[in-house]
Design a protein around this ligand. Structure first.
Ligand SMILES: [Zn+2]
Ligand SMILES: [Zn+2]
Length: 97
């Protein structure tokens, strides 16, 4: 009886792990992974941030990590992202004026 219960719960855990869904919206299928925490994110623009990074690659951040970085800029990578955002915001302002 107790053995059956244990194997059942393990099976349901495996099923849950195989279902690779976006950690932000919990519905989209994973197309990228956050470069900071490794969580899977879908391609939806509201679920991840992507920044131009070294060697023509993109730095992907999930929304959770992005919000944390926005509050607390602690290292060079974060500063890089912050400067990019600042520039981006200035450009957007110029366009709207
Ligand atoms: Zn998503
Ligand atoms: Zn993350």
């Amino acid at each position: 009886m107790s053995l059956n219960l244990i194997s059942n719960s393990r099976n349901s855990l495996d099923i849950f792990r195989e279902k690779d869904v976006c950690s932000t919206c919990n519905t989209g299928s994973v197309s990228n992974s956050c470069d900071k925490c490794g969580d899977g994110v879908c391609g939806h623009t509201h679920c991840h941030w992507s920044f131009p990074y070294k060697n023509n690659t993109n730095y992907i951040l999930c929304v959770g990590c992005f919000n944390r970085i926005e509050k607390k800029l602690i290292n060079y990578d974060h500063l890089l992202i912050y400067n990019f955002l600042k520039k981006h915001t200035i450009i957007q302002r110029r366009v709207s004026i």
